[in-house]
Design a protein. Structure first.
Length: 117
């Protein structure tokens, strides 16, 4: 199960769900849009969803703070702007990378984060 952070388009969740990859998009839920990052991580943990985000600056320190407190989360996939630049093909490239992980079953371990490639 995946949770797409708000900066990722809800259409990405549609593509992933159509392929059988249970995905929720913060941006696709009017009640969740604008949710603070700490609450997004809480939501991911409560639902057992791996968080997919390009907000590395905020979520890596949150993850580290949780680890220091002995708390865990289901894992995070981080998107680098070098790997996924802001171009017209970005969403398709992210979808392809996530679908590849889905087919291979390779997701971050609980409490860990990895870069999506």
């Amino acid at each position: 199960m995946r949770l797409l952070d708000e900066m990722l388009p809800p259409s990405l969740a549609v593509v992933l769900n159509d392929a059988g990859c249970d995905t929720t998009a913060i941006g696709g839920d009017s009640e969740l849009r604008g949710t603070p990052d700490a609450e997004v991580l809480e939501l991911a943990a409560a639902q057992g969803r791996i968080l997919v985000t390009d907000n590395i600056r905020d979520f890596v320190p949150l993850s580290n703070a949780w680890a220091a407190q002995g708390r865990g989360h289901p894992g995070m996939l981080l998107l680098s702007s070098k790997t996924f630049p802001m171009t017209s093909t970005r969403t398709g490239s992210i979808a392809a990378a996530l679908l590849r992980r889905h087919s291979e079953g390779t997701w971050p371990a609980p409490g860990q984060f990895e870069f999506l490639t």
